[in-house]
Design a protein. Structure first.
Length: 165
């Protein structure tokens, strides 16, 4: 997410300042390119926000710690995907309620690689571009089971606290 200082600076320069040339969205476009895009409206409404969040009624709210790793593992249990494909799958399956931003996705994938829960290999995408495809390992499948169990326990515990007596 742009800081208020970045946003102010960008607005003061008409949106094309060099400060934002290094901030990219999933399509490899810089902030300046997104702002200059015809029909973009208020480009700041469409910029990436780091993290995984739910968007109930337009408000950002954080999810439980560890949820992102579990969602990535579950997504990869269905099929090997590249990073952007993982983010799209989570967004699509959650019916646009969950959004995984690249600032959280790629560090999480690196963490999962280091744990040995996923493996990666370079392949060509449908558009003939090179991308790193991630797949679940046997250890990752086992970890997914552990994380799902812990998550279900947490949801049940929260449900008990929220129950009216």
């Amino acid at each position: 997410m742009l800081t208020s200082q970045e946003e102010k600076l960008c607005r003061s320069r008409g949106g094309g300042c060099e400060l934002f040339q290094k901030k990219f969205d999933y399509h490899g476009r810089t902030v300046a390119e997104q702002i200059a895009e015809p029909g973009a409206g208020n480009a700041f409404d469409n910029l990436s926000i780091d993290g995984l969040y739910m968007q109930p009624m337009g408000k950002r709210s954080e999810l439980l710690p560890g949820t992102l790793d579990m969602l990535i593992l579950r997504t990869l249990a269905r099929a090997p995907l590249h990073g952007y494909g993982i983010a799209l799958s989570i967004k699509r399956l959650s019916e646009d309620v969950l959004t995984v931003e690249e600032g959280s996705l790629y560090p999480a994938l690196q963490r999962l690689l280091l744990q040995g829960w996923v493996k990666a290999e370079w392949k060509k995408t449908e558009t003939n571009r090179r991308a790193r495809y991630y797949s679940l390992t046997a250890a990752g499948r086992k970890q997914l089971g552990v994380e799902l169990s812990q998550f279900e326990q947490m949801v049940a515990a929260i449900g008990r606290v929220l129950q009216e007596t």
